[in-house]
Design a protein around this ligand. Sequence first.
Ligand code: ADP
Ligand code: MG
Ligand code: ZN
Length: 607
Amino acid sequence: MKNLLKNVIIFLIVFLAIAGLLSTFRLNSEKVEKINLQKFVEQIDKEEIKDIVVEGEKLNIALTNGALETLQKEPSETLGELLKNYNVSPEKIKKINIEIKGATGWSYWLNSLLPFLIPLIFVVIIIYYMMRQVQGANSKAMMFGQSSARDSSKNQREKITFKDVAGIKEAKEELQEVVEFLKNPKKFTILGAKIPKGVLLMGSPGTGKTLLARAVAGEAGVPFFSISASEFVEMFVGVGAARVRDLFQKAQKNAPCIIFIDELDAIGRQRGAGLGGSHDEREQTLNQILVEMDGFDPNLGVIVLAATNRPDVLDPALLRPGRFDRRVTIDRPDMKDREEILKIHARNKPMGSNVDLKKIAQHTPGFSGADLANLLNEAAILTARRNKTKVGNDEIRESVEKVMMGPERKSHILSEKERKITAYHEAAHALVSHELPEADPVHKISIISRGQAAGYTLKLPLEDKHFHSRSEFIADLAVLLAGHTVEKEIFGEVTTGASSDLKHATRLVKSLISEYGMSEKMGARTFGEREEMIFLGKEIREQRDYSEKTAEAIDEEISHLLSEAVKTAREIIRRKKSKMETIVKMLLEKETIEKEEFEEIFTTSKT
Ligand code: ADP
Ligand code: MG
Ligand code: ZN
């Protein structure tokens, strides 16, 4: 619409310009006097005319005194007839120089036709443009059913191979097979082996699923149609299904090739779950995918890759053999893999000589590949801001904390009282953490605001953990509640600064009882069934599968475990008061305490 308006305005301007030009042209020609027949005959009689040029119906007359005139004659009459009719004497005519030009002088035609022609051309052009625009809209409407899957294999510039994916060895091995099949299908089919139709990549966000899929295409060098599952979902029922059909048709024409459906859970959710009508379209689309996956010949060479971070919500029909029967789980990277990932992302960044990627990998448990990539990027930005040429250890250290807890807010100035409370709060976390052997060692304490928190205590496990034991959780609880406890002990009342600690602690106790069966009193069972409901967006509903009496008992047990944790924390705080005061003093002085300094407090003096 905007385009149309622009075109119309441009045409109007052009039109006006031409009209203007034309009118000045006209004005010029009007300096020549137009005369009538009577005058013309009179002038001939008076022998005032020197010569005449006949141009069709127009006579251009030059007088002896130099003036110019024009005369329009009737089209049917020639000049000779005209003069005869007016009884002009032939002698007088002989004295005039008469010249006859081609009857259709271009200027004559131009003059007479342009005024009609220009508006006509104008109108035609406008109509043409309008038609084109309408047609464009039309053809877009007709393309509804076509998938917007992109064949990204031709994009050589960002070709990704397995070399760009660190760690996840098993996943790469599994996919290596897929690559080999795509390169040389005969090798497999000759042995009667059926090629997997679908491979599902599962893993938490940022673990490199999308990256891996692109690497497969890069390795195999085959067309790669990638589409996000959410692109199937449209306003109109049936469009998604049509797109799926189109996508598979395209793929079959281009076999061997890869279809990659990212974020499969957007359509692959269990059918029949959820309220309202919005899932109708999703179900149809999903059904179409199921049908298409069954439909094509397994040895054709079309392999469907899909990625999801919610395998638990996928429809079981998707997972049965013959569809996504291969499932590749991508775990969060362990220490070794983290180092590899860091190496890959450090390739294009100049690193200072003091940077030890292994150490960074040790200090970043739980980081995903995306977190690590982000970490090095932040470090590079920080380095540039400091006008350094190489990314140093300091920049990386700061970035780790930034990625973990949000940016520092140095401008967030605390009052003297608030600083003191924060110092005690964090000192207590650190102290209790240090005193309980099951808790993770303290890595850093700070009373500089970061993200939402006024201060923070960073604890890192010595190694990657896959399991957590009850005693660890109990210790964590005491550490979490230490801040709350110390505020009460020292200042007599609690501030809002401890609220998020309380929330975390309560949630932890709940899972401890109802998910992990770690409460002795409640026994080895789970309480409540989590069920995902889709209604006006996303919602997780918990279904109670226990009696009112049990609910009461659970509440009691929650309170009991929490108060036990407070007791533990209080005991440590009281016993090690002098140590805590030392930490507080240090914090108020220098705002942050690093691991080494912190441990020194406990080795130098005795309590
Ligand atoms: P997701 O699993 O959510 O699809 P992506 O594949 O989009 O995650 O990964 C996001 C980014 O994280 C990648 O572009 C890459 O830079 C980085 N990354 C994740 N995993 C790895 C890995 N194993 N090796 C190298 N880079 C990785
Ligand atoms: Mg992804
Ligand atoms: Zn706290």
